[in-house]
Write a protein that binds this ligand. Structure first.
Ligand code: PEP
Ligand code: MN
Length: 634
């Protein structure tokens, strides 16, 4: 059952409820959600729920109807985020695990680890105990293989996962792996599930060869019931009448499981298909259908792999797959999980355990402009998904710059450019006015607008909609088609707060899905923007004293040219002669100097740093003013 606690419950009351439940034979878990705190109580003993309901401090009691209790969405409404070392799974993240089917030698696993890490994998796989169909096939290197796997993980900064096949191996294996893998053939080996669950360590539960979704969730329940909270599900295809592929991937299991359970779900396209060339398209389909990541087999020499060679990707195929994933994740509203390029680089560039310079805690303070639920907040939370963050809402962009300058926050997130509406000039102006605030990184999100109103409203009842003028302009077609009048408001998320206050079925707001949920409003229609190719690019800004970005590949500059014929052409010539690639060029009036212009430039920094540095001095020599807004990695 789910015991929802009163918001202002006292600790003593909480403990009384806990002991009452435990004395009645229940296992109790406290779950602190965004909206409420609950006790999840599971156990075999029958109890009249009303006995719990009357305890002081209890708001309400909801029975869990599903046989899987701890794994059920009924218990936990929010997505569970599973942390494995610096890597997280779940929420809006997309996490990639890669590596060979089996660890074959020290050299092999070190080489494959380096290859997959370079292309963007964040976790390393490698079997040491292989459950093979034939007893004469390669069975894995056992403990020695785990030692090599751990060494390869440490050398490349990736946590590691390996399959456990026997309860008697659990104690030994926990010294080597960061996450246990329960293989398809062992999904219902209940003694194994209990033993692994009792370690409290992260566990991936693969779907059995002919397991129903409910049986699969029950296997996860075993692991959860024995002590761990960190469980990930993995669909790797099931046995059907089809023989062309090794298994049949039940692609619809992903949205089904996401609805039934709060646990992250990943897909193994390698075992699902058994055919190398089918792996990338199926991996992309998994992302599209809502999977929280993939686990994929890669080898430096698949032709000579000791197991599963035919389904194992070549390094080039994996690299291409990662590029494709990187391209589609923003469209799907997901952030690809990354690791820092160098372990000592601070978390703004990926995962890693952050330490705040402000208060020494592991929570980063980051400012954004707008009300809670603003697109800037979404961008912020997605970008810093590997970290614990406190997002601080500021009224104006200027306040974000001030907070960074004064050291009240570690970073700020500001929009620079929208793919439909163009540059956000105010922020470029502020970057010039605050030379001590610099661009450290950038992130892009797809902007998907929703029509949001009270639960009683529908597209038929709504007559007027509030939003930021940009939001209104971007949804003009929808508003016209539905005869809805547009009313400008200072900010998208703020308009949802306003509409919540009005609580009138004729009045709606246009904002993000996140804003609707923050203000307890209903999404009446989603995807109402006229052009679905609607992206906003945000800069992550920090103080100039922040350690510089390791190997930056992009420079954001502002340039003023002398007032002379051909002056801009001279500047561009400097870049052209050095083959420096210009990504953006935009002119903008210089404030206070009518009819004089400055230019925003984004220039790719080539591998040859000398060439870039020399280009910059040459550019400075021919321009009137040249300023760097940031050197960062994209
Ligand atoms: C594996 O991951 O190497 C493996 C054996 O997978 P499965 O248990 O899904 O067959
Ligand atoms: Mn395999």
């Amino acid at each position: 059952m789910v015991v929802v606690l009163e918001r202002d419950i006292r600790n003593a009351q909480k403990e009384q409820i806990r002991s009452f439940l435990e004395n009645h034979g229940f296992q109790v878990r406290e779950i602190v959600g965004v909206e409420e705190t609950i006790f999840g109580a599971v156990g075999a003993s029958p109890i009249d729920l009303r006995e719990v309901e009357i305890l002081p401090g209890v708001d309400k009691v909801i029975p869990i109807t599903k046989p899987y209790k701890l794994a059920s969405r009924e218990l936990r409404k929010d997505d569970t985020v599973v942390q494995v070392g610096p890597v997280r799974f779940g929420g809006s993240r997309f996490t990639v695990i890669a590596g060979p089917c089996a660890v074959e030698s020290r050299e092999q696993i070190l080489e494959v680890a380096r290859i997959v890490r370079k292309s963007g994998a964040v976790m390393l796989r490698g079997g040491a105990f292989k459950p093979r169909t034939s007893p004469y096939s390669f069975q894995g290197l056992g403990e020695e293989g785990l030692r090599f796997l751990k060494e390869a993980g440490e050398a490349t900064g990736m946590p590691v996962i390996s399959e456990v096949v026997s309860p008697s191996h659990v104690a030994m294996m926990r010294e080597y792996v960061d996450m246990f893998q329960i293989g398809a053939r062992n999904m219902q080996n209940f003694e194994l599930l209990k033993e692994v669950g009792a370690t409290g360590m992260p566990v991936m539960v693969k779907r059995g060869l002919s397991a129903t979704i409910e049986e699969w969730l029950m296997a996860a329940e075993y692991v959860l019931a024995h002590g761990t909270e960190n469980v990930i599900l993995c669909d790797r295809g099931i046995r059907t009448f089809e023989t062309f592929t090794r298994n049949s991937l039940d692609i619809s299991s992903i949205p089904v499981v996401k609805k039934l359970s709060h646990l992250p779900v990943v897909v193994d396209p390698s075992h699902a298909t058994g055919i190398r060339e089918k792996v990338p398209p199926v991996a992309l389909a998994a992302a599209a259908v809502g999977s929280d990541g993939i686990i994929v087999e890669v080898h430096s020499d698949p032709e000579h792999a000791m197991s599963d060679g035919p389904q194992t990707l070549y390094p080039e195929q994996f690299e291409k797959l990662m590029r494709d994933i990187e391209a589609i994740t923003p469209v799907l509203g997901r952030e690809l999980v990354r690791l820092p390029d160098r372990p000592d680089v601070r978390p703004v560039f990926g995962g890693g355990a952050p330490v705040s310079e402000i208060d020494g805690s592991t929570t980063l303070r980051i400012a954004f402009q707008g009300a809670r639920g603003a697109y800037s907040e979404t961008a912020l939370l997605r970008y810093f998904q590997a970290n614990d963050v406190t997002a601080e809402a500021k009224e104006a962009f200027r306040d974000v710059f001030e907070a960074v300058l004064q050291g009240q926050v570690e970073y700020g997130v500001i929009p620079l450019e929208n793919s439909l509406a163009g540059s956000v000039h105010e922020n470029y102006d502020l970057l010039l006015r605050y030379p001590d605030v610099t661009i450290l990184a950038e992130t892009k999100i797809r902007v998907e607008h929703c029509l949001i109103g009270p639960a009683a409203a529908s597209t038929e009842t709504v007559r007027t909609a509030y939003s930021h003028p940009q939001g209104l302009a971007q949804c003009r077609q929808f508003l016209e088609d539905h005869g809805i009048a547009a009313l400008p408001h200072y900010d998208t998320a703020g308009s949802v707060a306003l509409v919540a206050e009005k609580n009138d079925p004729a009045v709606a707001a246009i904002a993000s899905r996140e804003a609707a949920s923050i203000y307890g409003m209903t999404v009446l229609r989603e995807g109402i923007e006229t052009n679905p190719h609607n992206y906003t690019r945000f800069a992550i800004v920090g103080h100039r004293d922040h350690p510089p970005v390791d190997t930056p590949n992009m420079a954001a500059l502002v340039l003023a040219t002398p007032d002379a014929p051909g002056a801009l052409s001279v500047c561009l010539q400097v870049l052209a002669e050095r083959s420096l690639n210009l990504q953006k060029l935009e002119s903008r009036p210089i404030p206070g100097k009518p009819w004089n212009y400055m230019f925003y430039l984004d220039i790719q920094i080539p591998e040859d740093k000398e060439k870039f540095a020399e280009g910059m001095s040459a550019l400075a020599a021919v321009s009137e003013d040249l300023r760097t807004l940031g050197l960062y990695r994209v």
